[in-house]
Design a protein around this ligand. Structure first.
Ligand code: FAD
Length: 316
């Protein structure tokens, strides 16, 4: 007989994982998690630096968890270990290396398309975040610089001259952490930081005051060029500097194609339209986590979406 799941969850980040737990605790029997990475929590694994402090209260967003999955400020490793234990505690099917291409409602059943199989389900949650596609600058990055123009810290070494571009918590944390063993400049286009939490704001001021890094506020890079294997960054104020590496930490963007192919309506800012239960206009199809936030979300936010969604499904 054809297997029809009660619920398929697409994306194994905080929202997807919490949805699994909430669903099982609420008594939803057959739940399938599909994650494109080799393991859960790809955003945390790829973009958080090792030992990063993971704040419960992030960007001034709500910091109280509503559901069954709790979360406290800790390190990246604490968070991953906790999520490991959540996944192991529930008897669910979880398939990794499984990228979903689209979700189509056919009658009362959702068809979830991957490259080699179509899964079927009564309800579906899209929790794929935004960091699958990190934002890139509007100017062209010369292909010859690809190895040294990065969007996370994976390739960073020591004793390099590094330019970090961005003004959010991620950019500031990257800059401070890299400055321990490198010469770091942080460039932010605004004159002031407006989106930092109190700790990061205090830390960046301290690091600048003691000359541990160079802060260039109100500056915007205009172009990058290859100069003898190094990066020549030309700024709009006419100044030019050579770097060994440039790291952009300027957020991620909505996977518009995925949503369009799934017939999910998005607003003029590219944010999916959902109701207060995170349900799209397609009944039974929900979206949670970063994807439905306007200026980036948080872990607690994602966890709370999962609670809202599962309560709504159960009440149906
Ligand atoms: C550098 C950095 C630092 C941060 N620090 C903090 C912090 O201190 N505290 C805090 O609360 N928040 C922090 N955040 C934000 C937090 O990480 C996000 O809000 C949270 O991860 C969002 O969870 P999510 O489940 O919506 O999406 P994600 O965590 O992005 O998870 C989405 C998952 O879906 C998978 N996926 C994507 N596309 C597909 C597909 N087509 N098919 C199958 N799977 C797919 C991805 O591989 C990924 O595992 C930080 C973010 C960054 C980038």
């Amino acid at each position: 007989m054809e297997n029809i799941y009660d619920l398929v969850i697409i994306g194994g980040g905080p929202c997807g994982l919490a949805s699994v737990v909430e669903a099982k605790v609420a008594g939803i029997k057959s739940v399938l998690l599909l994650e494109k990475g080799t393991n859960h929590s790809q955003t945390i694994r790829t973009f958080y630096k090792d030992n990063k402090r993971v704040d419960k209260e992030y960007k001034g967003l709500e910091s109280q968890t509503k559901g069954r999955v709790k979360f406290e400020t800790g390190t990246k490793e604490d968070v991953l270990n906790y999520f490991d234990s959540l996944l192991d505690s529930e008897n669910i099917d979880a398939f990794f290396n499984t990228e979903v291409e689209k979700v189509i409602k056919n009658g009362d059943i959702f068809e979830i398309y991957t490259s080699n199989k179509i899964y079927k389900s009564k309800f579906a949650i899209i929790a794929i975040g935004r960091m699958g596609k990190p934002n890139k600058p509007s100017y062209k990055i010369p292909p010859s610089l690809n190895g040294i123009v990065n969007f996370n810290l994976d390739k960073c070494g020591n004793n390099e001259r590094i330019l970090v571009v961005g003004g959010g918590n991620s950019a500031v944390e990257y800059a401070i952490s890299l400055s321990r063993t490198n010469t770091v400049t942080l460039s932010y286009r605004k004159m002031e930081f407006t989106r930092l939490n109190d700790i990061n704001l205090k830390d960046i001021k301290y690091e600048e005051k003691y000359g541990n890094l160079i802060l260039r506020l109100g500056t915007d890079v205009e172009s990058l060029e290859n100069e003898e294997g190094k990066i020549l960054a030309k700024f709009k104020d006419g100044r030019e500097f050579i770097y060994d590496r440039v790291i952009y930490a300027i957020g991620g963007s909505t996977p518009v194609e995925f949503l369009k192919n799934s017939n999910v309506e998005i607003d003029d800012k590219g944010v999916p339209i959902v109701d207060e239960y995170c349900q799209t206009k397609i009944k039974g199809l929900y979206i949670g986590g970063d994807l439905i936030t306007r200026s980036g979300g948080s872990i607690v936010f994602a966890l709370n979406h999962s609670n809202t969604i599962i309560n709504h499904i159960v009440n149906k």
